[in-house]
Write a protein that binds this ligand. Sequence first.
Ligand SMILES: [Cu+2]
Length: 332
Amino acid sequence: MAFLLHTAIGALFLAGRALAHGHVVEIIVNGVSYRVYDSTSDPYNANPPKVAGWAINQPDNGFIEPNAFAGPDLACHKAARPGAGHISVRTGDHIALRWDAWPASHKGPVLDYLAACPTAGCEAADAAQLRFFKIAGAAHLDGANPGTWAADVLVRNGLVWTVRVPDVPPGPYVLRHEILALHAAGQPNGAQAYPQCVNLHIAGGGAGAALPVGVSGTALYRADDPGILFNLYTSPIRYPEPGPTRIAGVPASVPQGTTRATATSSATLPGVGGGGSGGGVTTTMRPTTTGQGGAGGQTLYGQCGGSGWTGPSYCAQGHCTTANPFYAQCVP
Ligand SMILES: [Cu+2]
């Protein structure tokens, strides 16, 4: 009896944990880690850090359901407001996006898009005005019922997905990174979209490239697209990846792997330190302080954020929770 009770409680506990989906907490470019918007703790922080990630109403790590795909939230998640700053990258750079958590059951594609912002910068952009073009899309990889999917690779690599900055005209862009969870997608309105948006400023070799044509967030997917209403508990699997076709000359994904940061920095704010958003971007690099055995993140109970904090914002163990505007800590 005691054993049965324990098992029942354990099952309830696991069910509760399974509801914790995830959000992107960190972006690593050329070994430098940038904190982005933390949708589960920043809403409770009176003075959250100014970041390149868009602020979203996702305190529950929730998702966009297919019945809402034609609405305003599929672009950059619920009630999205632009990040206060941006991250400077170059054509050819690899951007690693680290999620805080992802359930192994939530198999599905990992998709990446860019949308050009007005020359004033993405900090003043409106999600409804963005036109997204797909720069990478990995979906079903192997096997069946349910088989191996891109989200499995992300989980295997320490919750990291890597995307390459393509050859596009230099300027400000929103990166839209997304996992589509298909575990319940055999039912109408069962797929789950988890888009996350980050402001970039892209420099480099794309001056001669044409800006790819994009589509608005409301036109990305339909609830009855064959890649949205899709049963992955079948064999064989022939999955039609949803959304617009990838731009020319880019692979479905670059080789995936783990990434560790050796320094941290913060988003470049418009008009700060460089005479405008068009150039002169400065990045302050400081060595990351990690605890013993530091795997690129803070140790359990170590500091991971707060006013003026320049150390690691990613927890090697546990997750980063804001205690007050001055202190955030890695907790189990
Ligand atoms: Cu779920």
